[in-house]
Design a binder for this molecule. Structure first.
Ligand SMILES: Cc1cc2nc3c(=O)[nH]c(=O)nc-3n(C[C@H](O)[C@H](O)[C@H](O)COP(=O)(O)OP(=O)(O)OC[C@H]3O[C@@H](n4cnc5c(N)ncnc54)[C@H](O)[C@@H]3O)c2cc1C
Ligand SMILES: NC(=O)c1ccc[n+]([C@@H]2O[C@H](COP(=O)([O-])OP(=O)(O)OC[C@H]3O[C@@H](n4cnc5c(N)ncnc54)[C@H](O)[C@@H]3O)[C@@H](O)[C@H]2O)c1
Ligand code: SF4
Ligand code: FES
Length: 809
């Protein structure tokens, strides 16, 4: 050590402080004698990963960022388990509660935050904790071995990650939230409702709009009492209701404090030589609670301390990603539509996808994604760059290929400064990743993860890491085989082949035998496996209701406001006065707010309360239209030769026959049919999954059409002469699609993926067609009408009764 070195003291051995020291050591390795005090008895660890530890994704031993050897090798004097109790800013000295003193020339305060504990009567009872550090994590893991019921107060990021972890540990978990929807600080109501449904499917319960009033019990917590008089049992209460910057030490030492320790753009406090960074700091009125901004602050401070001229810190735009396996939620920037902005929304209730872009003066200022967060990183970099998105809005919202956009990600990555952070969670810059590829020889995301930690936490930066890999490694980049979801590396074909080969018969069995990394699976793999098993073993496999998507579980489409819709089947779009009267009477009797014709020639009763569903279906006594499921939806027909002067064939009769043949069929994705009576094609058969168009003396059969977001006209499969042949080819085509497409893959995408020629070749031989037809009839023979069954069985009807989720103590 040289005598000329200045003394630098860091108070707070956490993520922000130590990151600043790492930067400083790179810029000026010999400038300071460094001493670090940390109140926790650990070296610096990744707090973010505590959620992952709790959910079984990683081990406590794996979350250390800087081990003791790191401190030794950099000649850093480390005091763990030592809390600084006082600062003498005149004599430039700090002192711990255990009496250790250290003098400084420069002092960094990085004391983080304290979890906010609601000051409820009884909050001091055993079993009431926060979720902030290793100790809290260990308490939860221990508690789950003996106790059953957990309540998490707070439905924000932390509360939901805690609740998911506790579920994994086998506890019954309810989230108590004060607001009427969860994550209101990151999401709008639409996304929050979809998220809640997904978490409920994983077993989480919710008590919304609940004000906690007191914690009851003797020594240990027994229950939580709410302001409305109700209560809920609890063996463990985790408070996750926000954080407060840890400013007590600064305040009592005469350092200016607002919400946090007040700093300027160079992280300087009002006392010369004293700096603050991290969650404890307040910059331009904001105290941040996510690591990305804290790392940016650390980089600015390191330059300051190293005497390197640089731009000050100007504040950060933030993005968040909920770290719950099987649920994709992303939020960035201003999600709540500030004055003068406009929002574009896309919502697909069937596939559980919601996207919202908030735009102000042609710039993207905020985004919310649910169900499909693949574009999150790209949207976030557009928000940060502030470039105009004029003319690209639709492509950005729908994820459509757009040449301008396709070209821009790599151009944007190339233009990024080397010190720009790519992985917010782990503070990894573009330069560090580029170096790992160009000099470190990394050729896959896995190697970059191992080398730099980029993408090791929430995974939100993975697309950018992949982009950099492509940019710097080019053809050498190894694309790691992607599984059907994050729970497995196996693709669809491998899974189906293994299920067949090993004769696996349940979702659990598949996950066990094929070594799923997440033992409960997720919202992508559970319904896929349920479909593949049902397709392969139609007569043996018992459909797993809990593995179905939400609408299929309720046999109705859930509407925006939480009500449901009722769509009876109207074969070929042909109804009768009697049927219409019945529908009208039911609509009146149950005060159905809206009756609407659908695009598929049916009647939709909208705004139905859940508890009314079985009664309405009982009175209607009509077959279910399956308007909600991955199954045959509608067969649209034109009037055809029966009434139309152009008609060459009986399109209505053909349509009704096809609908009766295939109704209730389980398919990988929804399937729509149409039959037109002549080439004028009034039933729009050429944008359907299977379209039939009458010609003189026969029928044209078209496949792979889609009239939705990505419009695709059909390909002509073949021309046949008779109605029987239409049914034979339709049976063969639909069964071949069932057996070969991925779950959730529409025929339009499937036909493009495998090519029309391969489908034609597979169906060319009549024997093969008949065999496929035989298999589809077996699949159809075990299907039943869901509503007939629910109406008849008291137990099933109970699922639709109004329930109060409140348990009384
Ligand atoms: C479970 C969990 C999951 C999270 N997930 C994410 C995520 O996915 N993404 C994200 O961006 N952020 C996440 N966060 C937030 C993130 O962890 C914090 O923003 C970050 O750790 C703050 O860093 P910091 O250094 O300011 O504070 P901390 O990491 O809290 O470090 C402060 C340290 O200072 C110590 N200290 C305090 N006072 C004194 C004193 N007087 N003397 C000595 N030592 C003292 C404390 O004990 C603590 O160890 C998560 C937080 C938690 C709890
Ligand atoms: N994935 C991530 O990025 C991640 C994960 C965990 C934590 N964090 C960070 O850690 C910090 C703490 O997280 P948090 O979720 O506690 O903070 P938060 O402030 O984001 O959310 C707290 C939630 O608790 C609710 N709440 C407040 N008072 C309540 C009451 N009396 N009863 C019930 N609910 C109440 C609020 O409505 C709010 O939704 C935040 O800075 C967060 O950003 C981030
Ligand atoms: S498709 Fe032909 S048969 Fe059918 S309604 Fe139109 S014109 Fe008439
Ligand atoms: S941003 Fe979370 S892992 Fe990279």
């Amino acid at each position: 050590m040289t005598l000329s070195r200045k003394k630098l003291v860091l108070v707070g051995n956490g993520m922000a402080g130590v990151r600043a020291i790492e930067h400083l050591l790179k810029l000026a390795p010999d400038a300071y004698d460094i001493t670090i005090f940390g109140a926790e008895p650990h070296p610096n660890y990744n707090r973010i990963m505590l959620s992952s530890v709790l959910a079984g994704g990683t081990d406590l031993s794996e979350i250390v960022i800087n081990d003791y050897e790191w401190y030794r090798s950099h000649n850093i004097t480390l005091y763990t388990g030592h809390k600084i109790e006082s600062i003498d800013t005149v004599n430039k000295k700090v002192r711990t509660g255990l009496g250790v003193e250290a003098v400084y020339d420069e002092l960094i305060l990085a004391t983080g935050s304290d979890p906010f504990m609601l000051p409820l009567p009884g909050a001091d009872k055993e079993g009431v904790i926060a979720f902030r550090d290793i100790k809290d994590c260990q308490i939860m893991m221990e508690t789950s071995k003996t106790y059953k019921k957990a309540l998490v107060i707070g439905g924000g990021l932390l509360g939901l990650e805690a609740a998911r972890g506790l579920l994994h540990l086998g506890m019954e978990v309810s989230v108590v939230h004060i607001h009427h929807y969860i994550m209101e600080r990151q999401l709008d109501q639409e996304a929050a409702v979809m998220l809640q449904r997904e978490l409920e499917a994983q077993g989480m319960k919710f008590l919304l709009s609940k004000q906690s009033e007191a914690i009851l019990g003797k020594k240990r917590v027994k229950s939580l009492l709410f302001a409305d008089g109700s209560s809920a049992e609890a063996d463990l209460i985790v408070m996750a209701v926000g954080i407060r910057p840890n400013t007590a030490l600064a305040q009592k030492s005469g350092i200016a404090v607002g919400r946090g320790i007040v700093v300027n753009d160079y992280m300087e406090t009002n006392i010369p030589g004293v700096y603050a960074i991290g969650e404890c700091a307040e910059h331009r009125g904001i105290a941040y609670g996510l690591v990305a901004p804290l790392y940016e602050q650390g980089a600015v401070l390191a330059k300051r301390l190293a005497g390197v001229q640089g731009q000050g810190y100007e504040g950060s735009v933030t993005s968040t990603k909920l770290k719950v396996s099987g649920v994709d939620v992303f939020s960035a920037g201003q999600y709540d539509e500030p004055a003068g902005s406009r929002a574009l929304r896309y919502q697909d209730e069937i596939d559980g996808v919601y996207k919202k872009l908030v735009i102000s003066k042609d710039k993207l200022i905020g985004a919310v994604l649910f169900g499909d967060t693949a574009d999150g990183a790209q949207l976030f970099s557009l928000i940060k760059s502030g470039e105009s998105i004029q003319g690209k809005e639709r492509s950005l919202l729908l994820g459509l290929p757009d040449d301008a956009l396709k070209a821009s990600p790599s151009a944007r990555l190339e233009a990024m400064a080397d010190d720009e952070i790519i992985c917010g969670c782990n503070g990894v810059s573009k330069g560090a990743i580029a170096e790992a590829i160009t000099t470190g020889g990394c050729t896959s995301v896995g190697q970059i993860k191992a080398c730099t930690k980029a993408s090791a936490s929430c995974g939100g930066c993975k697309p950018l890491v992949e982009g950099l890999l492509e940019l710097y490694a080019g053809d050498a980049a190894v694309k790691v085989k992607e599984g059907i979801c994050g729970c497995t590396t196996l693709g669809r074909d491998e899974i189906v082949a293994e299920i067949k080969r090993m004769e696996l018969k349940t979702v659990k069995e598949v996950m066990n035998v094929l070594e799923w990394t997440n033992e409960e699976g997720c919202s992508k793999c559970r319904p896929s496996l349920n479909y593949y098993l049902g397709m392969l073993w139609p007569e043996e496999y018992a459909d797993e209701k809990e593995s179905r998507i939400t609408n299929e579980r309720y046999h109705a489409n859930i509407q925006k406001d939480g009500t449901f819709s009722v769509v009876p089947r109207i074969y070929g779009g042909v109804t009768s006065p009697g049927e219409l009267k019945k529908i009208a009477e039911v609509a009146e009797k149950f005060d159905v707010p809206m009756v609407k014709f659908t695009g598929g020639q049916r009647l939709d009763l909208l705004g139905v309360k859940k508890e009314d569903l079985p009664k309405i279906w009982e009175e209607l006594d009509m077959p279910s239209g399956h308007a909600y499921g991955k199954t045959l939806r509608t067969v649209k027909t034109c009037v055809g030769s029966t009434f139309c002067r152009f008609g060459t064939q009986d399109s209505i009769g053909m349509g009704i026959r096809l609908e009766k043949e295939f109704e209730r069929l389980n398919t990988p994705a929804k399937v729509k049919l149409a039959v037109s009576g002549c080439p004028r094609n009034c039933a729009e058969a050429t944008i359907k999954d299977f379209g039939v168009v009458a010609i003189d003396g026969g029928w044209e059969l078209h496949v792979g059409g889609n009239g939705g977001v990505h419009v695709r006209a059909t390909d002509l499969l073949c021309v046949v002469k008779t109605e029987d042949e239409v049914v034979e080819w339709a049976s063969a085509f639909l069964q071949y699609y069932r057996e070969n497409a991925s779950w959730n893959e529409r025929t339009s995408n499937w036909v493009e993926r495998v090519g029309l020629d391969s489908i034609k070749a597979a169906l060319d031989n009549r024997e093969d067609r008949l065999a496929l037809g035989q298999r589809i009839r077996t699949a159809l023979s075990v299907t039943t009408d869901p509503w007939k069954q629910i109406v008849a069985e008291r137990e099933l009807r109970k699922n639709f009764e109004p329930i109060s989720p409140i348990e009384t103590a």
